[in-house]
Design a protein around this ligand. Structure first.
Ligand code: LLP
Length: 404
């Protein structure tokens, strides 16, 4: 939960740019990134921002300016990262379930690639052999993460090549003389327990001896951020300590010390973001008072999709008497943001702010109900800059082909 932008700053932005609006605070991004770099000082660790969380090109440029690298999950994210100025060597494409032509394109752009299926590994080997160092995404068969929808490393997950298929992997490598540069795992999102990462490292230590040219262990992302008061984020200092100890205890049998990569998304941008909405309608039904805002799951899908909790504050009436509200949206489907939530008295026209809206907020938004996507604003050095215009009516028709 962030208090980095004050109520009055948020109110000014709402008045200047209208609502609903996503607001991001640059200095919070910087502070989160620095927590990581400080914790891992002295270790050979590289951080790749998982840009699926938030891809506005200004955010990418800002994160690049901090010295961070970038992790992508589609070829278009790779192109956005290159457009933002990242050097190909600092771009990672961790693919999953994609057509081989995207891997070919990524190869032609010179970025790092993690391949997540035997089928694509075979195609890659056939085409490039030893010429292009590549990573393999493995499924470590570890259950971790905030809920099943965001758990990716367990033994029923589609992600990665199951680690128990190691002999098949080694066959493909041998057949095509592949140059395996990286072993990657990503077990899920919202992992608070640092021992999950240690467990992942242990799974990899068992198989590392088979990869003679290995240079990198990529442990993915998934650090937890606090969404509620009294929630805690992943203890990054403890993680750094345990990762350092694990690698000290297991020197690479093939000689060269291994570099460690991480791919955090939420940890870097969740806390920096706010969604400011405005109350359209108050509806008292006797047992429930609905506060209906000018947004919905078309703008912030996390509560409906993952039962995610986002702190909400009434910044228009912070001293108002606390009452219970069910906060809903304005789309023609159940789009509840919060059930029975205590808020300072809400009046029609009040601004309600949703916290932790930086990661997977705007990025997962849509035009459902033919509503506009919100504007995005970046606050940097105290200045509020619009970084995306709110949609306009023409945007709804832009790609439609009127044939009738
Ligand atoms: N690396 C890989 C390969 C991933 O699949 C992901 C996230 C990340 C890194 C970054 O994970 P993070 O540090 O952000 O937890 N939309 C969901 C989260 C899904 C994450 C998908 N993969 C949510 O809003 O909770």
């Amino acid at each position: 939960m962030s208090q980095h932008l004050s109520h009055s700053q948020l109110k000014n932005i709402a008045e200047q740019f209208g609502t609903p609006v996503y607001v991001y605070h640059a200095e919070t991004i910087k502070a989160q990134y620095q927590k990581l770099t400080t914790a891992f000082t002295g270790q050979d660790v590289k951080i790749f921002y998982a840009c699926k969380a938030l891809t506005n090109v200004n955010i990418l440029k800002y994160i690049k300016s901090l010295g961070c690298n970038v992790d992508c999950s589609s070829i278009n994210e790779v192109k956005l990262a290159l457009h933002a100025g990242f050097a190909p060597a600092n771009v990672l494409y961790t693919s999953n379930g994609i057509a081989f032509c995207e891997i070919e394109e990524a190869q032609s752009l010179g970025v790092n690639i993690n391949i997540d299926s035997l089928s694509n590994l075979e195609k890659f080997g056939k085409k490039y052999g030893h010429s292009y160092p590549v990573g393999i995404r493995l499924r470590p068969n570890i259950m971790a993460g905030g809920n099943l929808k965001i758990s990716t490393g367990h033994d029923k997950s589609k992600f990665g090549i199951p680690v128990n298929q190691l002999s098949d992997v080694l066959c493909v490598i041998e057949k095509h003389n592949l140059h395996i540069h990286t072993l990657h795992i990503h077990t899920g999102s919202e992992i608070k327990d640092v021992d999950v990462f240690v467990k992942g490292i242990e799974v990899l230590f068992d198989i590392i001896p088979s990869f003679k040219e290995l240079q990198v262990i990529d442990l993915g992302g998934g650090f937890k951020v606090p969404y509620k008061k009294n929630d805690h984020e992943t203890d990054i200092d403890l993680l750094a300590q345990k990762v350092g100890e694990s690698f000290a205890d297991h020197p690479n049998p093939n000689g060269r010390p291994l570099q460690v990569w991480f791919e955090p998304g939420k940890f870097i941008v969740s806390d920096c973001g706010y969604l400011i909405t405005q109350v359209n309608v108050l509806k008292d039904t006797g047992d429930v008072t609905f506060a209906g805002v000018n947004s919905g799951f078309n703008h912030l899908i996390r509560p409906m999709f993952y039962d995610a909790y986002h702190q909400i504050e009434n910044i228009s009436n912070p001293a108002g008497e606390e009452k219970h509200y069910t906060v809903t949206g304005n789309i023609c489907e159940t789009d509840t943001f919060a059930w029975d939530r205590k808020l300072n008295e809400v009046r029609e026209g009040d601004y309600l702010v949703f916290y932790n809206a930086g990661a997977y907020g705007f990025e997962m938004s849509s035009n459902f109900n033919s509503r506009f996507k919100p504007a995005e604003v970046l606050v940097k050095d105290g200045e509020a800059l619009m970084i995306r215009k709110r949609d306009e009516f023409d945007d709804l028709l832009k790609n439609q082909v009127e044939v009738l």
